[in-house]
Design a protein. Structure first.
Length: 484
């Protein structure tokens, strides 16, 4: 199969926060892989920017170490790594001061695409945006990439949007949610809107319910202090889970372009019904045999912050009226997995005598650890003995059919950075979407604060608090087992 890597024009990509965890773990190893795929033309450069007082050679060594630590098999390609490092520059800069800005202005060219990745704390976004303009480093063609968290409530998100809007147009702002860069998430849209088969069934006539799970085995570890002010709702639900919900539930956009897709996602968020507090379960993990409890990790013995949340949400529109969307996410759970499960309704009547088992078509979209899609279908068990029915998963990933290209799938960050360079905002959140998501989550948070809700305890390595199981059991349903 012919490689489908799309060439990009020359660019200067400035990474603010280039010495930080995200840059070292994800952004730089990802860019090296894109370099290897031929998507970093010789005339392009990556310019690291942080306060650390190092020179370009020192920074290149830092990248070499980061790729050795976090890169995949490609890190063994020493010659290519040297060539990649030859396209790296570094400027020591303070987002809040004047040092370094003139040096950056000299480095960034105006005749190539200019992209500025804000991989720093959100409190620095405004200062960076303002200085990029006042030092005339950015222009109307530049793009800025901002990381999550985008605010901690509607008020702060609006403020952040307004600050960025003072310096950049909405079409220049790329709010990243790396879940949207996953191959399977895009495949979900291809499956939904590129086939006749699913769309007619994608509604309350045929779908019983939908589950969205993002489960982690890790605890809050080193980021306990930050996490304790945030919790699972702000850290995961308001962004990742709601974005996945939108893609599952949205109407077909009239075309696959940024605003058409984001308009449809926004309609879903606006159609979410206020959450019934009885449909919400919050939890906190207890200590495991060798691991600390949430409160110990957060160094807050009285913390009421949730490390787990499960909820039943409803979308009030014609397509989804009456169909529950069960969302759950948590830390220190049994398995590390992210998946969306679409459970179709039971057959109204079985013609097969003696077959009393409930057969259901279940579409499972796995985002991690392995990206893929399976559709559970009912078939006849092979062999003699009459019409015995069994349920088998039909693999819709089709890695075999796609050949080696299927293996060379860029990771989410790589894909999204290349989308920034190409100027494609489809997989990025628009300002109004982020605000609408906060407008839905804020009253839920305010509600539990007003009730003094205390999170339920759950065992490390479990599937979360018992109440989360009950949330489903009460409806005669059950969560899909957490499997890594
Ligand atoms: P981090 O490890 O603390 O790195 C912060 C970076 O910002 C460092 O390079 C630091 O370098 C630089 N910096 C701090 N103050 C600065 C200033 N005044 N001027 C210029 N540079 C400054 O943080 P991170 O984990 O990489 O996270 C970066 C952003 O990504 C945050 O918004 C975070 O919420 C978001 N994020 C991170 C992850 C992740 O996996 N790490 C995942 C999702 C989102 P110097 O000290 O040298 O200046």
């Amino acid at each position: 199969m012919v490689s489908r890597v799309i060439p990009v024009d020359d660019f200067d990509l400035v990474i603010f926060g280039s010495t930080g965890d995200l840059a070292r773990r994800k952004i730089l190893p990802g860019l090296f892989r894109r370099f290897l795929s031929g998507q970093m033309p010789e005339g392009s450069r990556i310019i690291g920017a942080a306060r650390s007082d190092i020179d370009a050679d020192g920074y290149r060594e830092m990248i070499r170490d980061a790729i050795a630590e976090f890169g995949g098999a490609e890190k063994r390609n020493k010659k290519a790594l040297d060539a990649f490092l030859g396209q790296i520059e570094y400027v020591s800069i303070d987002a809040l001061g004047d040092g370094g800005w003139q040096a950056l202005a000299k480095l960034v060219r105006k005749d190539v695409i200019g992209a500025f990745y804000f991989s720093v704390a959100p409190s620095l976004f405004g200062a960076l945006a303002e200085r990029l303009q006042s030092h005339k480093i950015a222009d109307a063609n530049s793009r800025i990439v901002v990381e999550k968290p985008f605010g901690r409530d509607l008020g702060s998100a609006k403020e952040l949007n307004a600050t960025l809007a003072m310096h950049f147009d909405e079409c220049q702002i790329y709010r990243i949610d790396h879940y949207l860069g996953k191959e399977t998430v895009q495949n979900l849209m291809a499956v939904r809107f590129g086939n006749m088969l699913f769309e007619p069934l994608w509604n309350n006539h045929y779908v019983d319910h939908i589950q969205i799970t993002v489960a982690e085995t890790v605890g809050v570890g080193g980021r306990g202090g930050y996490y304790d002010k945030s919790g699972a709702m702000r850290d995961m639900v308001q962004n990742h889970l709601m974005q996945l919900l939108c893609l599952i539930a949205m109407e077909a956009p009239h075309q696959f372009d940024a605003d058409a897709v984001r308009d449809e996602k926004l309609k879903v968020i606006r159609a979410l019904q206020p959450l019934d507090p009885h449909h919400l379960v919050r939890g906190q993990y207890d200590a495991g045999p060798k691991t600390a409890s949430y409160r110990e990790d957060a160094e807050n013995p009285r913390s009421h912050t949730e490390s787990f949340i499960a909820m039943k949400a409803h979308i009030a529109n014609w397509r989804w009226a009456g169909v529950p969307f069960y969302l759950r996410t948590g830390k220190r759970l049994k398995a590390q997995t992210s998946e969306i499960v679409v459970v179709f309704k039971d057959l109204g009547h079985s013609i097969f005598e003696g077959d009393e088992k409930r057969h259901r078509n279940i579409l499972t979209i796995q985002l991690q650890p392995n990206e893929g899609m399976t559709l559970q279908v009912t078939i006849k068990e092979p062999g003699p003995g009459g019409m015995r029915l069994i349920d088998v998963p039909l693999d819709m990933t089709f890695a075999d059919a796609l050949g080696p290209d299927a293996e060379d799938v860029p990771d989410a960050y790589e894909r999204l950075i290349m989308d920034v360079i190409r100027g494609n905002q489809t997989l990025f959140m628009r300002g109004d979407e982020v605000e609408a998501a906060w407008a839905w989550t804020d009253p839920i948070i305010e509600g539990w604060q007003a009730r003094n809700d205390v999170p339920k305890h759950y065992d490390t390595g479990s599937a979360g608090p018992e109440d989360a199981m009950m949330l489903m059991h009460r409806d005669g349903r059950k969560w899909r087992e957490l499997k890594g």
